[in-house]
Write a protein that binds this ligand. Sequence first.
Ligand SMILES: Cc1cc2nc3c(=O)[nH]c(=O)nc-3n(C[C@H](O)[C@H](O)[C@H](O)COP(=O)(O)OP(=O)(O)OC[C@H]3O[C@@H](n4cnc5c(N)ncnc54)[C@H](O)[C@@H]3O)c2cc1C
Length: 431
Amino acid sequence: MAEEKFTAIIVGAGPAGSTAAYMLAKEGLDVLLIERGVAPGSKNMFGGRMYSHALNCIIPNFWEEAPVERPVAREIITFLNGEKSVSLNCQDVSWARPPYHSFTLLRAEFDAWLASKAEEAGAILACGIREDDPLMENGRVVGIRAGEDEMLADVVIAADGVNSILAQKAGLSKMFTAHQVATGVKEIIELSPETISRRFQVEGNNGAVQLFVGDCTKGLQGGGFLYTNKNSVSLGLVISAGALQRNQIKMSEVVEEFKENPHIAPLIEGGQVAEYSAHMVPEAGLGMLPQLFGDGMLVVGDAAGFVLNLGYIIRGMDFAIASGAAAARTVLDAKSRNDFSRQGLSKYREFLKENFVLRDLEAYRTAPQFMENKRLFNEYPKLVTDLVKKLFTVDGTPPVHLLAKVFGQIKEDQISLLQLAMDSWKGAKNL
Ligand SMILES: Cc1cc2nc3c(=O)[nH]c(=O)nc-3n(C[C@H](O)[C@H](O)[C@H](O)COP(=O)(O)OP(=O)(O)OC[C@H]3O[C@@H](n4cnc5c(N)ncnc54)[C@H](O)[C@@H]3O)c2cc1C
């Protein structure tokens, strides 16, 4: 039996759903935010860093009240190759001052806080409730069914994450293929704040982010990550689900090897594993976008595939927040005309372009294809580490000038010069 009618029902209290709920409730609309977990964030995981810009537009100076871990002041990219590694290390301490470029955070606390902002603004938050089906009437979404309960709404926002069942059942999306998603696993490893600051050479509560490429994924498309929290580090891997499947490799084995890697083990030495989690990451960019809106429905965040992975930058949280905000704007606009039809909600695409989500995905339209190049995860990390090692080696052999060293190493590693030139060109163009 349908009991109540809301202006908007939002399914999923992740960053996308809670942002939409917050913005709509602030404008006085009747909003129901439902979450299948016992609390927002209880089922959620990510690597560990959120770029601040999107949330700062919605809740200025959010860091003064949000449960963030460390502002990131140092970025490290490490190429791994057996006993060798080469790191590119970039530090800017101004990143760790307002308006803070990015923060590490833990989702259980952060998502609960963001959902509480929506609640404070007037949204009804219902946890421990799983949406089972969209309610459809003449091909349009008019509400949702959760167990025995039916709830009606002018518009339903699918914020239920990657592989959104809601958007699929409403006919707006298809299940993502293994080729379009990656598998992510993460361990939270507890270490003292002093140990973390010392090991990652950061001052006070400043944080560091370290990404790894090469051996850590057994040469498969993907990489490793380490994010410093206050009292722990988030360590994990993201590997193409298709590549894992094709190569019959188990993620659990790769993770154990990663932790034992001679370049990783000292970073986590003495730490206690407090948590293990796994989740899928949408990776195909624009190539996997569903229909973003339909009659009575909008799709936001991971449910819409809004994630950008350039290898050295992973963005999903800021896209989720900004798409939740764009959905809220769309609902307010539709409400002013009382038109929640597909046509009435079509401004969503425009708002997504205005606030960077579609603009950035379009700018990096070809990046996902470029990232499928196996040489990026195999030959090139090997080449970089072999070459840099040679630069630093003094062993009594006749001297070789830099240019000859570079060409010599390329030849020794059996890399085609033409291929390398083409890949460099494509990398510079696509990333
Ligand atoms: C391993 C990994 C590393 C990542 N690293 C980063 C990073 O460092 N930086 C970054 O910006 N992004 C990162 N991402 C991506 C980022 O986590 C996502 O883009 C972001 O969480 C998307 O937010 P969302 O609100 O759309 O979806 P989610 O965070 O997935 O939230 C969806 C919510 O919907 C709920 N839900 C699902 N189905 C139902 C249902 N039927 N009924 C009720 N509730 C439901 C879920 O419980 C959940 O709370 C990473 C992702 C992974 C997996």
